[in-house]
Design a protein around this ligand. Structure first.
Ligand code: FMN
Length: 164
C-alpha cells in the first residue's frame, strides 16, 4: 500500500503541510512518497493519492489543476484526497470553506474520499515584491497560521480511507 502525496506550492507552506501529512500516514503504516508537482509525479504506481495545493487569487495552483486534469482517469481508479493551504482558512467566519477548492472540485470528474482546507502562512519575506504590494493593497492579514496538529489529525483520519 503506497500513497503519493503530491503538492504544489509557491512560498513553501503547502510543502510543510504535505510533509506533516506524509509523516502521519507513515505513522499509520502506509508507505508514502512526497513529491512536488513540479516533478510531474506519475500516479499510476500508487494505490492512493493525496493532492495538496496552495491558493492564489481564489484558485488552486495552476500546475496542480493541470496535473489533476491530466491524471483524472487514474485518480478516479484510486482513493483520492485533496487539501488546500490558504490565508483565508485562518478566518473562522469561513467555517472551513475555501472558494478555490470548491471551484476546482466543481469541474473535477473525481469525487475525493476526503477534502480539507488548512490555513498556511502569509509571510512577506517569502513572496516576490509585486505580490507583496498586491497583498498589502488587499490588507491581507500576515503571519504563520498553520496548525500542524490539525494536519496530523486529518492524516490519521483519512489513512483508513486511503487504505480502502
Ligand atoms: C499573490 C497571492 C495571492 C493569494 N491569494 C489568496 C486567496 O485568494 N485566498 C486565500 O485564502 N489566500 C490567498 N493567498 C495566501 C496563500 O494562500 C497562503 O500564503 C498560502 O500559505 C500559500 O501557500 P504556499 O506557501 O504553499 O504557496 C495569496 C497569497 C499570495 C502570495
Amino acid at each position: 500500500m503506497t500513497v503519493l502525496v503530491a503538492y504544489a506550492t509557491h512560498s513553501g507552506a503547502t510543502r510543510t503541510l504535505a510533509e506533516t501529512l506524509a509523516t502521519a500516514l507513515q505513522a499509520y503504516g502506509l508507505d508514502t512518497d512526497l513529491v512536488d508537482i513540479a516533478e510531474s509525479p506519475d500516479p499510476t504506481g500508487y494505490d492512493a493519492v493525496v493532492l495538496g495545493s496552495g491558493v492564489r487569487i481564489e484558485a488552486i495552483e495552476k500546475p496542480a489543476a493541470v496535473w489533476a486534469a491530466q491524471h483524472a482517469e487514474v485518480l478516479g481508479q484510486r482513493a483520492f484526497a485533496f487539501f488546500s493551504c490558504s490565508g483565508s482558512a485562518s478566518d473562522p467566519s469561513k467555517e472551513g470553506k475555501q472558494k478555490a477548492t470548491d471551484t476546482f472540485l466543481a469541474s473535477f470528474p473525481v469525487t475525493p474520499v476526503a477534502v480539507k482546507n488548512f490555513p498556511g502562512w502569509v509571510l512577506m519575506d517569502r513572496i516576490p515584491l509585486h505580490e507583496r504590494v498586491l497583498l498589502k493593497s488587499m490588507r491581507t492579514p500576515t503571519g504563520d497560521f498553520r496548525d500542524l496538529k490539525a494536519v496530523e489529525a486529518w492524516g490519521l483520519e483519512i489513512a483508513p480511507l486511503l487504505a480502502g
